[in-house]
Design a protein. Structure first.
Lengths: 355, 376
């Protein structure tokens, strides 16, 4: 109770602080507060937020399904990498800007990216469910394999860890509706990858919260024995959930590659650059709620978009510090509002013969 | 919870060890292992069958190349170095072997492999090899070494450093002059309402900051009152970060020309320029050629002639005139750095701008302009 109270007062204090800041910013537009406000209010920040949120939100929703079913998938980063790379590779090979069988090659690349990610997830599922390998180790292996495989394949095809350029999806502009203030440029004049993200978030929520399969997934993570007793095959449910995580992460990786990057940089941590790990933090922070994960990815991507802009205003604050803003904020929010509870059986292989 | 954590640590540990072991083993072919013995001698490359003989004056030589991490195929730094090697092969018929270390820890072993073998020159590419070479140079006193981008004080090492600030000054001057004009070429145009140009860096380091310092001084020299906005993405491979950063400069601040020193992150800068119909300036190699998809927005590139450093070092070994213990500074005067105009749209830059940039080049060479190499 006191915990709840202190959190509430913290939230109130935060709201008051925000109100004072906004007031100060409006009164003194040239001060740093004014700058922050103008950055927050600029359409460029908002659209950047939507674009940057795509891989994080989709990988997070995928991670929710896997972990809810009892399989912790920390290989999301690897799934993003393989789907991004294969989407670019296939689009490049088919010819960017052309069509095959009436469908733009970007969409073929997108489809293959999702399939490759799903195959990797299948491999991961087999290792974890069939062979009862440690899920954390198997997840790390998925990441490390992807980290090595994508640049390696790129070297074979492009003679360089970086692939060629295939351009991005054309933005979808809805006539009339795109003229609506704010909502117009946010929702009706944006890339298909953003629509995929929004639709997938709602679909993920519906599947998890409103269908029988969603209840099975939940039971498989909380009390697999009970699910087994009720006559549902826990193995199948977990396979399906991990494959779903592969599909969602694939949508994220391929959507990010073809919606924003248009190319794949394979050096160092690749141009995915840890977004899959941010996705894990995001769904934990949303307590496994798909819509919450979408909101969390907006928070993270939005702060990233803000820090990028703040740097260019040339404050005397070191740029390294400004870059930590998204991470520091997420930790602060976690402390204030986070109440993550891991599914009871997460991380443990299910053995039906065990009592 | 406790077991989870233990499992995690075990996992990280196991995989970490496995990865390290993989690195140490290397691929064999190119002998980039820490203690891979003499693998590299039989390695790739021995294309011309000429036996090497150092003291032969005009005879051919055997060269060992140790590339910077990132390896070949980077379309810039390492590929430029290899170009110098290939030119020397064509000209003098030298033979060579190459090593592409994956991490900084592997430099010392890779250099040692070559030093133990029969090589007339070991070329170390990149400032990160400085420390490894310092210890190897004293251990193998009879071996000739060269290093690019760093200074090693030893009698058997020839160091090559570039005047990056001077080259950046040149493209800064160009950007400062153009932003004030109404200029349209290829897929871009300047923004007549604002006089702002941008700089995007990869990771904060003295080297990258020297690019920024030179660029800012160049813009200042144009004396058009143009403002420079700058930003560091924190990664050399974050295309999306480079894209969003440049986009915020173009959209939010009204910038019309952005210069990058950010590796693959810089590709994002080109994408943003194309998207917004503005301009970008490339780095290291002529990027209107190496990244030709973006040639319609690349005004110019600040080219670092790593190839000529490698070539001249090999030449000196072939001519038996290798002079170790010296540092060669390759600035504007030595054509070590230069502003190379874009293949596609560079020709449309107004003559008076080109002339002004040429004259500031001369002024730098004559010592009339001091180019800073650190941010104040």
């Amino acid at each position: 109770m006191s915990d709840l109270l202190s959190r509430r007062s913290a939230a109130v204090a935060l709201a008051v602080l925000a109100a004072v800041t906004i007031a100060a910013g409006l009164v003194f537009p040239d001060s740093w507060v004014g700058t922050v406000l103008s950055v927050l209010a600029s359409p460029g920040t908002h659209t950047a937020m939507l674009r940057l949120a795509v891989p994080i939100a989709l990988a997070a929703i995928g991670g929710i399904f896997a972990e809810k079913s009892g399989v912790i998938n920390i290989g999301l980063e690897g799934l993003l990498i393989v789907s991004a790379f294969s989407a670019i590779l296939v689009t490049f090979r088919l010819g960017a800007g052309e069509s095959t069988a009436l469908l733009s090659n970007h969409w073929w690349g997108f489809a293959v990216g999702v399939i490759v990610s799903t195959l990797f997830a299948l491999l991961f599922a087999a290792v974890c469910i069939e062979f009862e390998a440690d899920q954390i180790i198997a997840g790390l292996a998925v990441w490390l394999i992807a980290l090595g495989l994508a640049p390696f394949a790129s070297r074979i095809v492009f003679d360089s860890p970086n692939t060629g350029n295939v351009g991005t999806f054309d933005a979808v502009t809805v006539p009339v509706l795109s003229e609506v203030p704010v909502l117009g440029y946010l929702l009706f004049d944006t890339g298909p990858d953003v629509y995929v993200m929004l639709i997938a978030a709602v679909a993920g929520w519906y599947l998890l919260a409103r269908t029988r399969f969603g209840r099975w997934v939940e039971a498989s993570g909380e009390n697999p024995k009970a699910l087994d007793t009720a006559g549902v095959d826990v193995r199948k449910v977990r396979y399906a959930a991990v494959l779903l995580s592969g599909i969602f992460a694939g949508l994220g990786g391929a959507g990010f590659a073809l919606g924003q990057l248009g190319t794949f940089a394979g050096g160092g941590e690749t141009d995915i650059g840890g977004r899959g790990f941010i996705a894990i933090a995001t769904y934990l922070f949303a307590n496994y709620h798909p819509i919450g994960a979408l909101a969390g990815s907006f928070l993270f991507a939005g702060l990233d978009a803000v820090q990028i802009r703040l740097q260019t205003y040339g404050y005397a604050v070191p740029t390294e510090l400004i870059r930590t803003i998204p991470y520091v904020t997420v930790i602060a929010v976690l402390v204030l509002f986070g109440k993550t509870r891991l599914p009871e059986a997460a991380g443990e292989p299910y053995d039906p013969d065990e009592d | 919870m406790a077991t989870d954590r233990r499992a995690f640590l075990t996992g990280v540990g196991t995989i970490g060890i496995a990865t390290t072991a993989g690195c140490v083993g290397g691929f064999g072919e190119e002998g980039n292992g820490e203690d891979g013995g003499n693998e590299s001698q039989g390695g790739s490359g021995n294309e011309s069958g000429n036996d090497s003989d150092n003291g032969d004056g005009g005879g051919s030589a055997n060269v060992g190349m140790v590339y910077a991490t990132g390896g070949l195929g980077d379309n810039s730094f390492n590929d430029m170095a290899q170009q110098g090697l290939l030119d020397a092969e064509e000209e003098f018929g030298v033979s060579y072997s190459e090593a592409e270390p994956e991490s900084n820890g592997e430099f010392e072993g890779a250099q040692r492999d070559f030093a133990e073998g029969d090589y007339d020159l070991v070329s170390c590419i990149g400032f990160a090899q400085e420390e490894a070479l310092t210890s190897n140079a004293s251990e193998y006193g009879d071996q000739n070494f060269m290093i690019v981008d760093a200074e090693v004080d030893a009698d058997n090492v020839r160091s090559y450093v570039f005047g990056e600030p001077e080259g950046s000054f040149q493209v800064g001057h160009l950007a400062g002059l153009l932003t004030d004009m109404e200029f349209e070429a290829g897929a871009g145009s300047t923004n007549p309402e604002e006089s702002v140009v941008g700089f995007v860096g990869g990771v904060e380091s003295p080297l990258i900051e020297s690019f920024q310092a030179g660029f800012e001084a160049g813009v200042d020299h144009a004396d058009t009152g143009a403002e420079v906005v700058s930003s560091y993405v924190g990664e050399f491979n974050d295309t999306a970060g480079g894209q969003e950063t440049a986009r915020s400069m173009f959209e939010g601040q009204g910038a019309d020309i952005v210069y990058h020193a950010a590796g693959a992150t810089g590709v994002g800068v080109f994408q943003a320029a194309q998207d917004q119909g503005r301009f970008a300036i490339g780095v290291d190699a002529d990027q209107s050629v190496t990244e030709s998809d973006y040639a319609d927005v690349i005004l110019a590139s600040m080219v670092k002639r790593v190839d000529s450093a490698v070539y001249t070092a090999i030449e000196s070994v072939v001519d038996d005139a290798f002079a170790g213990g010296e540092t060669e500074v390759l600035g504007l005067e030595q054509d070590g750095v230069e502003a190379v105009y874009g293949q596609e749209i560079g020709g449309e830059i107004p003559d008076e701008v080109v002339e002004a940039v040429d004259s500031s080049r001369q002024a730098i060479i004559d010592g009339e302009i001091e180019v800073p190499d650190t941010l104040e």
